[in-house]
Design a protein around this ligand. Structure first.
Ligand SMILES: C[S@@+](CC[C@H](N)C(=O)[O-])C[C@H]1O[C@@H](n2cnc3c(N)ncnc32)[C@H](O)[C@@H]1O
Length: 264
């Protein structure tokens, strides 16, 4: 194991408390990215991979949103994976410790998420990651990324240097075009979004498309889908309430993992 990965593991292992807090209290950045994920996920994804899943809360949400899919969360931080495995248990959800490289995973995925992860890959390690992404992306696969814009990174470096992570590269449109070209996909979307400040984050969606695909407008599907969604939200909301999230943390990790009136 090289030193830089050890350093990264130690860093993220020591930031678990903040991730638990984000799960209980909610996180604007994650919610904004979730909108893009919902909008751009292909129909009925069979297999989903989240690279850099942290404590696994978004993997869990994806199993609730797409209950027929298998979801795999991968993270280099052993403690994050340990917490994820304790917190979120369901048969179609799997957590794996490690980095994505060729042969880490043997199957392909229809949806691959990198939420605030790509900027933490050193420039010299990108080629290896791209090779692996190309290998695990299915023929109809989509890759959805969220990352801070260079404007946000500059602001952090100038005013909040303590918030800069061990590896924190700038990602811009041409970085994404290079990634898409390396993994033989097209850029379907590149969009700056406003989370806490104007244009502080960007979302990108990459995918494969051959020829012209006819747009299917469902006859009554729109209304039907909305009714189903409404009924589903009444029976099992996608995201449980804060009280339920806190109860889950206490039940699975113990109350010391996130005291109710925490100042973390
Ligand atoms: C900023 S956190 C984002 C976590 C989560 N996706 C979110 O949006 O809250 C970055 C995560 O990526 C993981 N990570 C960093 N480099 C990685 C790599 N090379 N392979 C896999 N995971 C990595 C870290 O351990 C950490 O959990």
């Amino acid at each position: 194991m090289n030193q830089s990965i050890k350093h990264i593991q130690t860093y993220y292992d020591s930031h678990i408390a903040g991730k638990i807090k984000g799960f209980v209290e909610g996180n604007k950045r994650v919610e904004r990215a979730w909108k893009t994920i919902e909008q751009w996920t292909p129909n009925n994804p069979q297999r989903i991979l989240e690279v850099g899943c942290g404590i696994g809360d978004i993997c869990w949400r994806m199993t609730r949103k797409w209950p027929n899919s298998v979801v795999v969360g991968l993270d280099v931080s052993p403690k994050s994976i340990e917490v994820a495995k304790k917190l979120f248990t369901c048969p179609q959800l799997h957590f794996v410790e490690g980095q994505l490289s060729k042969n880490t995973l043997s199957s392909q995925f229809d949806l691959i998420i990198l939420m605030d992860v790509y900027e933490h890959i050193a420039v010299e390690d990108r080629a290896k990651l791209h090779e692996a992404l190309k290998e695990v992306c299915s023929d109809c696969g989509r890759i959805i990324l969220s990352f801070p814009t260079p404007r946000k990174q500059l602001n952090l470096r100038q005013y909040y240097p303590a918030q800069i992570q061990p590896i924190d590269e700038d990602i811009n449109f041409s970085t994404i075009v290079n990634l898409a070209s390396d993994i033989q996909t097209e850029v379907f979307l590149y969009q700056e979004v406003d989370v806490w400040h104007e244009g502080d984050y960007a979302h990108a969606v990459l995918g494969k498309r051959e020829g012209l695909v006819t747009v299917a407008y469902p006859a009554n599907g729109g209304v039907k889908r909305r009714i189903c969604k409404f009924l589903q939200s009444k029976t099992q909301p996608l995201v449980p309430s804060r009280r339920q999230r806190l109860a889950l943390v206490h039940e699975r990790l113990g109350s010391e993992a996130y005291p109710n009136k925490s100042n973390i």
